[in-house]
Design a protein around this ligand. Structure first.
Ligand code: HEC
Ligand code: HEC
Length: 325
């Protein structure tokens, strides 16, 4: 029995080690990517090499009679179904998106959106199966995506490098999403939101949604990826001020562990990790102190997550930088 517990413990340690190693590798990788980013030029030619190469677009899309993929929308002019190549088609889509959302979409905004959040608009007759091209295994960076947009514009549309370089509000939001994702090792922030809802939202608010046990995470990206990563892997390593773990022992020897959420002249409230609030009369307290080595945030959260979940939730965290959005 004891040997089994020992083994389980050893396994957990190894798992934690693996995650820490991964975190560092991710940081190293994204640092490396920044250098590579300057290589692709934001021109139709730059985008062409991505489309038929690293971006793997050709494995799903053909362009007119170029390429042989048939299961996804043709991005050129083709047959009855695709009367306009994508550059021109984007104008039509932009009109549809403007009507749907009430925001003013340009053709460039539509193209950026189709790469940043493909599920925002799903082409009729197709499934929501477009790859997140800035997540693994494709992992395009923002520059490469801008180049691809230039290439798509040049397919029958108006090449507008100005709109790519100085994005509208809509495109800028999508750029931020792509940057956040690549900064977090290429996680998918959309999938990360679901991981967050399942594992974190009971304690943390983002904007106005979520629990109140832990700190509000609406601006957490400002603390950087390394901080976020370590907060999830080893919550107790650096306890956020005001969220210390208190342990109160009453005169009958009962222990209550949690955050001190109220401290009046006669009583204290301890909020436990499950949200339950325990009120203790001060005269009943025998001992009350902070446990420096413990966080209310569970140490074993990562065990319930896959490596992808972990990357995705970090990408979602890297998107949180404003109180009101
Ligand atoms: C795994 C297959 C797959 C890969 C890889 C892929 N796509 Fe797609 N793409 C789709 C599918 C399926 C759709 C249709 C569903 C939708 O609209 O989201 C689509 C839709 C699109 C659209 C919208 C077309 C329209 O008519 O409005 C554009 C633009 C696009 N993809 C560009 C790209 C580019 C550029 C790449 C490479 C960087 C790429 N796709 C990689 C599957 C893929
Ligand atoms: C049971 C409640 C609980 C759950 C579940 C939980 N946390 Fe926490 N979290 C806390 C508390 C309490 C703190 C503050 C104490 C500390 O720093 O360890 C905290 C701190 C943090 C911090 C540091 C915040 C700062 O500004 O210093 C981050 C980042 C974080 N949590 C992210 C997450 C993520 C991501 C998840 C889900 C994968 C998660 N938490 C799940 C309770 C929780």
């Amino acid at each position: 029995m004891i040997r089994t517990i020992g083994k389980v413990f050893l396994f957990l340690l190894l798992l934690l080690g693996a995650f820490l190693w991964m975190g560092q590798t991710i940081t190293a990788m994204t640092g490396g990517e920044k250098k590579a980013a300057s290589i692709v030029e934001i021109t139709p030619e730059g985008g062409e090499t991505i489309f038929w190469g690293k971006g793997r677009c050709f494995t799903c899309h053909s362009l007119g009679d170029q390429g042989s993929a048939v299961r996804c929308p043709n991005l050129g002019q083709f047959g009855e179904k695709f009367l306009m190549p994508i550059g021109e088609r984007a104008d039509e889509r932009a009109k549809e998106r403007s009507e749907e959302t009430g925001e003013k979409y340009t053709a460039t905004d539509y193209l950026v959106e189709s790469l940043a959040v493909p599920s925002a608009y799903v082409v009729e007759g197709y499934k929501d199966e477009m790859a997140i091209v800035y997540a693994p295994p494709i992992s395009l960076n923002l520059n490469e995506i801008k180049a691809v947009v230039a290439y798509l514009q040049s397919q029958g549309g108006e090449l507008d490098l100005e709109a790519i370089e100085n994005p509208s509000e809509i495109s800028a939001k999508y750029y931020a999403r792509i940057s956040a994702a690549t900064a977090a090792g290429g996680g998918d922030p959309g999938a990360g939101l679901e991981v967050f809802d399942d594992n974190c939202a009971e304690c943390h608010k983002v904007q106005d949604e979520g629990g109140e046990i832990g700190p509000n995470l609406s601006t957490i990206s400002l603390k950087g990826l390394k901080f976020i990563s370590e907060s999830i892997l080893r919550p107790a390593k650096k306890i956020t001020k005001g969220y210390e773990t208190w342990v109160a022992v009453d005169t009958e020897g009962r222990r209550t562990t949690g955050l001190k959420t109220r401290d009046s002249a006669t009583e204290v409230d301890i909020t436990k990790a499950n949200g339950e609030v325990v009120t203790i009369t001060k005269t009943d307290i025998k001992e009350m102190e902070v446990d420096e080595g413990k966080s209310i945030m569970p140490e074993d959260l990562v065990e319930a997550m896959t490596v992808k979940d972990f990357q995705d939730v970090q990408a979602y965290m890297m998107m949180q930088k404003s109180e009101s959005e």
